[in-house]
Design a protein around this ligand. Structure first.
Ligand code: AHR
Length: 507
């Protein structure tokens, strides 16, 4: 075999304990994410709160630890007071970010019931587009203050006795983007974020605050934006956010699978910028990263432009319903590997989004639910990627791309879970022409043996799933991996996602 990669992993060589919140996701009041997505009271599986049980089951299968809410672009003109209290009294609003009608049938208190059903927690965003400090404080008081004040008593009047105790708060959304309602310059936003953070901390000192970084690494203001806003807000915030969507715009699959390197470069530059401001301020504290929007998003772009331009003001229109291919799942696997490899500084991340809108889970209003191709790498990473990320020493063959010269054939990361006594190697062979042999020196895990080698491969890079047929799904191929004297040899099929699990031999 011409294509070969050698790796060494060692129990003692660690990157970091992985914060499970890097397997987070996102539900925005957008398209069919909420209505006909998580909530559909007339559906056969609906529970007493109107939530679809079939969707809940799939969210639980992924085991999503944190979910960002309620936007996204939506949050920049969100009036949270409209979304609480008696449902019959809630106003319908023009939702101007996505040119739809928001009925407010589901709001904060309903969503928090749903979040409990899926065993997750909320990452809440405040409106710093059309509103500001006062509104952010009122919302925090409503959510987290016990009782005896205007907004905490209002929550109690709404039937929610105990505070929601939401820990993580995003200070607005994509404030660097000209498309954002209430878009700001970096100095305007930096000052506002700092003052808002300062005021919110007076109400609840235990919250964690995320300041908006750049909407992607091609923004003209990147990375000056990060340096400037952190110059204003460093002492009062805990994380800076990163957003990035990827797409095979030129239909060049070879180039497409190189895009995880773009994510890696983006992360490294933001880390450097945080460190630069830390040094400038002579600070002792690190700012960590919340990659709170990432995914593939491009299939539905022109259809969405058309809907919003020519058919606006619908309730729960079909928007951002990308149907994902097999190669999209490979890129999602590569992006997850990149996040885990940077888990020393990336402490939270949200696959955007979770249901119907650029999502791993799709619903049919009259029928059931189905899993997109990207469901599987996300579920595998969340399920098996808990524990400590290990540093991997890697040497291997490379191949040419148009966008980046040479890139590695194999991208991988290993995770050691001390509790379950398992070691997992996640690996993508992003060479779309040739299989590759992977050898891993795992001598420090000499008492471990192969549990399973899960593979996703397909001869058709453009294969998709649907309600009627699942064409892309994982299978177990243990014959592809052997372990001999602490050396693992695996065959990674061209263009494949691999999860190789090892467990400690029982005595
Ligand atoms: O996730 C879809 C949109 O992408 C979000 O609303 C926005 O924050 C980003 O531009």
């Amino acid at each position: 075999m011409n294509r070969k990669t050698k790796m060494i992993i060692d129990k003692e060589l660690t990157i970091s304990t992985i914060d499970k919140r890097i397997y987070g996701s996102f539900i925005e009041h957008l398209g069919r994410a909420v209505y006909e997505g998580i909530y559909q009271p007339n559906h056969v599986t609906a529970d007493k709160n109107g939530f679809r049980k079939d969707v809940i089951d799939l969210v639980k299968e992924i085991n999503v630890p944190i979910i960002r809410y309620p936007g996204g672009n939506f949050v920049s003109n969100f009036y949270w007071e409209d979304s609480v209290g008696p449902i019959s009294e809630r106003p319908k609003r023009l939702e101007i970010a996505w040119r739809s009608i928001e009925t407010n049938e589901v709001g904060l208190n309903e969503f928090s019931k749903w979040i409990k059903e899926v065993n997750s927690e909320i990452m809440m965003a405040v409106n710093l587009g059309t509103r500001g400090i006062q509104d952010a404080c009122n919302l925090l008081e409503y959510c987290n203050h016990t009782s005896g004040s205007k907004y905490s008593d209002l929550r109690i009047k709404h039937g929610i006795e105990k505070p929601h105790n939401i820990k993580v708060w995003c200070l607005g959304n994509e404030m660097d983007g000209p498309w954002q309602i209430g878009h700001k310059t970096m100095n305007e936003y930096g000052r506002l974020a700092n003052e808002t953070a300062n005021a919110m901390r007076q109400i609840d000192p235990n919250i964690e605050l995320v300041v908006c970084g750049s909407s992607n690494s091609s923004m003209p203001t990147f990375p000056e934006w990060e340096a400037t806003i952190l110059d204003h807000a460093y002492d009062n915030v805990d994380y800076v956010s990163l957003h990035h969507y990827f797409g095979n715009f030129n239909d060049d699959s070879n180039d497409y699978l190189a895009q995880s390197d773009t994510m890696d470069d983006f992360i490294k530059t933001v880390v450097s910028t945080c460190n630069y401001i830390k040094a400038k301020k002579r600070s002792k504290k690190d700012i960590n990263l919340s990659f709170d929007e990432w995914n593939v998003w491009f299939h539905s772009n022109s259809e969405d432009d058309n809907t919003m331009k020519n058919n606006p003001w619908q309730i729960a229109p079909r928007l951002l319903e990308d149907i994902y291919t097999f190669e999209d799942a490979l890129l999602v696997g590569l992006l997850l590997i990149t996040l885990i490899r940077n888990s020393d500084r990336v402490k939270m991340a949200c696959m955007a989004q979770l249901v119907n809108v650029i999502a791993p889970i799709m619903t049919d209003a009259q029928g059931g639910v189905w899993k997109q191709t990207i469901f599987y790498p996300y579920m595998h990473a969340s399920k098996y990627g808990r524990g400590v990320a290990l540093k991997t020493i890697t040497k291997g063959t490379k191949h040419k791309t148009n966008c980046r010269d040479e890139i590695s054939d194999i991208e991988s990361v290993s995770v050691y879970n001390e509790e379950t006594e398992e070691v997992v190697v996640f690996a993508v062979n992003r060479n779309i022409e040739e299989d590759c042999e992977l050898t891993i020196d795992i001598r420090s895990f000499s008492d471990y043996s192969l549990l399973e080698h899960i593979v996703m491969e397909n001869d058709d890079l453009k294969a998709t799933n649907s309600l009627l047929k699942e064409n892309v799904f994982p299978v177990t191929k243990n014959e592809r991996t052997t372990v001999d004297n602490g050396v693992v040899t695996s065959i990674l099929h061209k263009a494949s996602w691999n999860v190789i699990r090892f467990s400690k031999n029982s005595k």
